[in-house]
Design a protein around this ligand. Structure first.
Ligand code: TRP
Length: 458
């Protein structure tokens, strides 16, 4: 098999791509409603702690496998797993989950395009919460409109991906991520000037620890996983394009901090608005699609704000789905020698079919249920509650116990001052040890908890 030479071009590009995959619907759509439903500040604080204890070590774990092997997720486990062929199967879990996640995630990303358009046209004249709810229901259950937007969204992915890793993914992320960040800051300033901003900030920043039930703890862990794109090899695939001098721990930390910061910014945007317009922070997944428009329509220049907000959500989703595509694309290219164009096309075709099924499960296929779940819910639950935690658990165990400690440490030290030097008691060698410790004990235990909860959840 010919060695793949694809690499990201610059340090800044790597950060843009990493933040691009991490920041998405998970931060701007999922985080606010999860935080809203789980007590606000206490949830956020917990999220903060878990990002560092669990998130950063697991990102490093995926990076080590990716750069250590330099190949796609399937071959990475096979190559580093040595004689034990079983590890090779782990890659397949990642590939399968990436296709499933892509299918349902694209449906919601498609909704953001509809809502961008509706913002400009005025939400079909709906202004009250009830009307906006009906408008939302009518849209998601209609036959062709949501599928059309989902396919257009997938088409955008296609056009970027065929340009390649550097010219497509890296270049686009390098342009979009700063734009996204600027838009977020503008929204924040706007939100902070609202009359009841203080109430919203209190909800987000003044923790009430009586809210910390086991369910909240476990939801926070699930959120960390999803938001950091962990568990199915997206980061393994991207890290296989890292240069040898890319410092892994620093890159992981910057990614995690920016991801967290952007989730907090999303909270600062949404909760002051929710409180100022007397809405419920606990509205759940509808929060962004029903509650926000009702807020926007009551604002001066509301249409412009709404359109900008959904544009922002669209951009954030797009840079995330690129990473889901890349997992399977890299595998097809390297395992079967397909051209990039063909590999992306194969993935696109599968995604077109599966995403249409997910979309139809809000309408025509809403009665079609497996284990009592619609196709959309099945894909969502099966990946978030089962495949992601299993993938994450296996990744932690693989790096913590299967890989030689020398390889793990060597990868963590590359590009830092520790490299090649005497193993002194410096700050970064302490951090590296802590990462290994988390991968060995803390991360597997945490993941096991999420997993059991996901299975036992009613
Ligand atoms: N992290 C992204 C978000 O917050 C979603 C995502 C992208 C993802 N790639 C992933 C989630 C891989 C799990 C696995 O929206």
């Amino acid at each position: 098999m010919k060695e793949k030479k694809t690499q990201f071009a610059s340090r800044l590009g790597v950060i843009a791509v990493m933040v691009g995959t991490a920041v998405g619907l998970g931060n701007i759509w999922r985080f606010p409603y999860e935080a809203g439903a789980n007590g606000g500040a206490a949830f956020m604080l917990l999220n903060f702690v878990l990002v560092f204890l669990l998130g950063v070590p697991l990102i490093c774990g995926e990076f080590i496998i990716g750069r250590g092997s330099g190949v796609n997720v399937r071959q990475a486990f096979a190559r580093l797993g040595g004689k034990n062929r079983g590890w090779g199967l782990v890659g397949y879990i990642g590939i399968a989950s990436s296709v499933l996640i892509l299918s349902f995630y694209s449906v919601i990303a498609g909704w953001t395009i509809e809502y961008f358009v509706e913002s400009i046209t005025g939400f079909s004249g709906a202004t009250t919460t009830v009307e906006l709810h009906e408008n939302f229901e009518r849209f998601v259950s209609s036959d062709w409109r949501p599928v059309m937007w989902t396919w257009i969204f997938l088409g955008c992915n296609f056009l970027i991906l065929i340009r390649g890793v550097q010219k497509g993914i890296e270049r686009l992320s390098s342009i979009f991520m700063p734009v996204l960040f600027l838009l977020l800051i503008v929204f924040c300033i706007h939100s902070l000037m609202l009359p009841e901003a203080g109430e919203g900030l209190k909800f987000l920043f003044a923790p009430d620890f009586s809210c910390l039930t086991p369910k909240v703890v476990l939801s926070a862990m699930g959120q960390v996983f999803f938001s950091l794109s962990l568990g199915l090899g997206a980061l393994i695939t991207y890290a296989s394009y890292f240069k040898q001098e890319t410092p892994l721990v620093k890159t992981a930390a910057v990614t995690a901090i920016l991801d967290l910061l952007i989730a907090i910014l999303a909270g600062v945007i949404i909760f002051p608005a929710v409180f100022s317009f007397h809405q419920e922070p606990t509205a759940g997944p509808r929060l962004v699609f029903e509650v926000l428009p009702s807020i926007f329509v009551g604002m001066p220049y509301g249409q412009v704000w709404a359109a900008l907000f959904f544009l922002l959500l669209f951009l954030a989703s797009l840079t995330s789905t690129l990473s889901m595509f890349e997992i399977f694309v890299a595998y097809l290219e390297q395992e079967f020698g397909l051209s990039r164009f063909k590999a992306v096309s194969v993935n696109l075709l599968i995604a077109l079919v599966l995403s249409a099924l997910c979309s139809a499960s809000f309408g025509t296929l809403s009665g079609f249920r497996i284990f009592g779940l619609t196709i959309f819910e099945l894909f969502d639950n099966f990946t978030s509650n089962i495949l992601l935690p299993i993938g994450g658990l296996l990744i932690a165990l693989f790096v913590g116990w299967k890989l030689p400690k020398s390889l793990v440490m060597k990868e963590l030290e590359k590009g830092t001052r520790l490299q090649g030097g005497a193993p002194g008691r410096s700050g970064s060698s302490f951090v590296n040890e802590a990462i290994l410790l988390s991968l060995r004990y803390f991360a597997p235990l945490c993941i096991l908890l999420i997993f059991l909860w996901g299975l036992l959840k009613p």
